[in-house]
Design a protein around this ligand. Structure first.
Ligand code: HGY
Ligand code: MN
Ligand code: MN
Length: 421
């Protein structure tokens, strides 16, 4: 089942694309959205249901489960030499509140498909292979993103993670216990020989370039800065304009500044505010308080930090002009990432061997791979998505795109795990 060299998979070894697509569509029925996508937010009952389905599928494929104290799931397929550090395939099953059917899920279920295909073809690898579902990749219900993989990588503490609260004040730790998915493994105790994350691009490049495979060499860095503005609630009708201390106006001016700062750092810099709340959020009350999160990203560390510095200089000035109190707190950060060159080569070789068109790409979004890259050789594989759309219920990929990326994942993982027969 291998080619002449005996070291890498033969080009005709493929996954079962129909089975993969069917699994994706079945998982999409768990925690459905309202417009064809998903709302399977982390540590909700829908997340618990998705976890149970994934576990059942993996156990049906002969895999055994381990879970760490952050709820990250590790489904193990045995190798010929069980004591060797396994090859990991990881991503996430949690979604945005108006998420798509493929963000994260494609990588986890393609990992399962790799194991199903290995079993179908009767292949044995030297190394075990583990398929991981990292808890709370999205960071939408509990900031920051990539929370459990950050704890695994030793960048965040368990106490910090357990203490994170959602908009209703519920604690991450309490919700993890409530759904019964806190395991007993020490996060980060597992040794990883190599980790692969297969993910939709979530951007327009691969589709526009007509490429089937993105060989991800780097990932953007990120700053999430939570801004709290304090003004004075007052009547929107009877309060003269010169007497207003309007937190909503301050937020609007700072949001405009975020866009301008990102534009001032082109190319390769982005900035936006996606989460914003005003209090009391009443039609006829001037907002006395505004809380919103700034999202800056760049593959260039100096640009990333320069954008943060510009905001920390401009936002207080805007607040002072309006008589507002201001607090700026970092609530999420990781530096730009360079993935493992040796694994990048394995992905590129796999795509070439399979005859899929490919190009190098930098990941615009953050991923668990960005943290795991700090503790083990890591790489990502990407497939196109329609119009580059993601974090939107209309997120769409083609079954052909899904399959091609999963074929590359199969070959690259077998290369790393070493086929023994
Ligand atoms: O924010 C991100 O880039 C990822 O989707 N959590
Ligand atoms: Mn994702
Ligand atoms: Mn996402």
């Amino acid at each position: 089942m291998t080619d002449a060299s005996g070291l890498v998979p033969a080009a005709n070894m493929k996954v079962d694309g129909e089975r993969l697509w069917d699994s994706l569509m079945q998982m999409a029925r768990v925690g459905p959205g309202v417009a064809g996508g998903n709302n399977r937010q982390t540590l909700t009952d829908a997340d618990a249901e998705g976890r149970a389905l994934f576990r059942r599928w993996c156990e049906d494929a002969g895999m055994t489960m381990g879970v760490d104290r952050m709820g990250s799931m590790f489904m193990r397929h045995e190798g010929a030499e069980p004591d060797l550090d396994p090859v990991y395939i990881g991503s996430h099953l949690d979604t945005q509140p108006t998420g798509g059917k493929f963000d994260g899920v494609l990588g986890v279920l393609s990992g399962l498909e790799v194991i199903r295909s290995i079993r179908d073809m009767g292949i044995t690898t030297r190394r075990p292979i583990v398929v991981a579902n990292w808890t709370n990749e999205e960071g939408t219900r509990f900031a920051p993103a990539m929370l459990a993989s950050g704890v695994f990588a030793g960048v965040l503490t368990e106490d910090y993670a357990n203490s994170r609260t959602d908009a209703d004040g519920r604690r991450f730790g309490d919700e993890l216990d409530r759904i019964g998915w806190r395991g007993d493994e020490q996060p980060g105790a597992r040794r990883i020989h190599a980790m692969f994350e297969y993910h939709i691009e979530q951007g327009p490049i691969l589709e526009a370039e007509g490429k089937q495979i993105g060989v991800v060499t780097h990932g953007q860095g990120l700053w999430w800065l939570q801004v709290t503005l304090t003004g004075k609630e007052a009547h929107t009708g009877s309060t003269p304009m010169h007497m207003r201390v309007n937190a909503g106006l301050g937020m609007a001016r700072i949001i405009e500044a975020v866009h301008r700062i990102a534009m001032d750092h082109q190319p390769d810099a982005v900035g936006a505010v996606g989460q914003a709340n005003v209090w009391p959020n009443s039609r006829n009350v001037i907002p006395g308080r505004a809380v919103f999160t700034v999202d800056f990203r760049s593959p260039d560390l100096s640009k990333l930090n320069a954008m943060r510095a510009r905001l920390e200089e401009e936002a207080p000035r805007i607040a002072a002009e309006l008589g507002l109190g201001i607090k700026i707190e970092p609530v999420g950060h990781f530096d730009p990432v360079t993935f493992d060159p040796g694994l990048v080569e394995k992905v590129r070789n796999a795509a070439e061997r399979l005859g899929y068109s490919q190009m190098n790409i930098v990941s615009g979004a953050g991923h668990d791979a960005c943290w795991i890259n700090r503790v083990a050789p890591t790489v990502m594989i990407m497939c196109p998505c329609v119009d580059g759309l993601s974090h939107n219920e209309a997120e769409e990929i083609s079954p052909e795109w899904a399959e091609a990326g999963a074929d590359v994942l199969l070959h690259a993982v077998l290369d790393a795990a070493e086929v023994v027969d």
